[in-house]
Design a binder for this molecule. Structure first.
Ligand SMILES: *Cc1c(COP(=O)(O)O)cnc(C)c1O
Length: 352
């Protein structure tokens, strides 16, 4: 078998690239789709549950799938630099792929609201990181304005190539399962990913690769749930910083995706998100970041409400790696214990 070549080469015929497109890849994609029986037994015993572990991508989130395409197309266009606003993972991916392409990368992030791992990545890969005293929505609005003059290429998910790249996750799920799932659950922030998956599923159906598409289930954090509430949230609040967004760029597309697929967008509390986050790590061995766990928190809620029919196949996308945000894991886990360096002291502790 040929080694995996990254999503552009693997899904070339579904993507807007030509022989002239210089491919900038870190061999992203081909992430694990794993069965989650222990978790399913507890939270949704009548469904077949799978986790699509996107934290296994090169920079630790699904953003790599979109960034390989966005940066390749930016290079093809001969842009001077790339720019994005970010809650963290877009900046990490832009910094890595931009660096690999030899392009300067500028990122605007909300000051003090980016998980440490993500900030570290953007800095390590050499991006110019500008922290703004505001939120993501304000950062995006500034970046859109600056990119309008064409000098900088916008690599947020408003860039259509981002969604084209991200749709490959849906194609992979189908290839891995041998069919489409009945339901697909994922967190919703700027709403690009749910839109991209839906596009991917529809194109695979048109190509005859799958017979039916799944119902798309998106989950927002209760303090940052503009789509569920039907209005912009000026001051979005949630522990899940990657989905701390009050005015999603792909709002319309996401609503279309759930309408066309007979799915829904609902909300989950921070407490439910953190419960799912801990359960995934403890019961399934999968360490994801809090935002990612919104998919499983939503699944739990919907299952309790009796939404899923017996025998349904559900895939939850876990969007980013837990190591991105080590502070939260340390904060909410039981404290570690320290004793003197003797056999007796350790034994005494084990027996206490
Ligand atoms: C970007 C991101 C999201 C949100 O995806 P959208 O496409 O903005 O809805 C969720 N989780 C993680 C880890 C992310 O990096």
């Amino acid at each position: 078998m040929m080694p995996w070549r990254g999503v552009i080469e693997e899904f070339r015929k579904f993507l807007p690239v030509t022989e002239q497109t210089p491919v900038v890849t870190l061999c992203e994609g081909n992430t694990p789709l794993i069965r989650a029986n222990r978790l399913a037994k507890r939270i949704c015993p009548h469904v077949e549950l799978y986790l699509k572990v996107e934290g296994a991508n090169p920079t630790g989130s699904f953003k790599d799938r979109g960034m390989t395409l966005a940066v390749s197309k930016a290079l093809e266009k001969n842009v001077r630099a790339v720019m994005c606003a970010s809650t963290g993972n877009t900046s990490a991916a832009a910094a890595a792929y931009g660096g690999r392409a030899g392009l300067p990368v500028y990122v605007l992030v909300p000051a003090g609201k980016v998980a440490l791992g993500k900030l570290a990545q953007a800095m390590a890969h050499g991006a110019i990181v500008i922290q703004i005293e505001g939120n993501f929505d304000q950062a995006l609005s500034i970046v859109k304005d600056l990119c309008a003059n064409e000098e900088f290429e916008l690599v947020n998910s408003l860039n259509p190539f981002r969604l084209e790249g991200q749709k490959t996750a849906a194609l992979e799920v189908c290839d891995q399962l041998g069919r489409a799932p009945t339901y697909h659950c994922l967190p919703v922030g700027n709403a690009g990913n749910i839109s991209a998956y839906w596009k991917g599923y529809k194109e695979y159906r048109t190509a005859g690769q799958i017979a039916e598409c799944p119902k798309m289930m998106g989950f927002q954090a209760q303090g940052a749930a503009p789509i569920v509430r039907g209005h912009v949230v000026e001051q979005p609040q949630t522990v899940a910083t990657a989905i701390r967004i009050g005015n999603p760029a792909s709002w319309k597309l996401a609503e279309q995706a759930v309408a066309e697929s007979s799915g829904a967008i609902r909300m989950v509390t921070d407490e439910e998100i953190l419960d799912a986050y801990q359960a995934l790590a403890k019961e399934e061995g999968v360490f994801c970041e809090p935002a990612s766990a919104a998919s499983v928190a939503g699944l739990t809620k919907c299952s309790q409400a009796g939404l899923f029919p017996e025998g349904a196949t559900v895939v939850c996308t876990l969007t980013g790696h837990g190591l991105k945000d080590p502070d939260i894991a340390v904060e909410i886990s039981p404290k570690t214990l320290t004793v003197k360096a003797t056999r007796e002291d350790v034994l005494a502790l084990l027996r206490s």
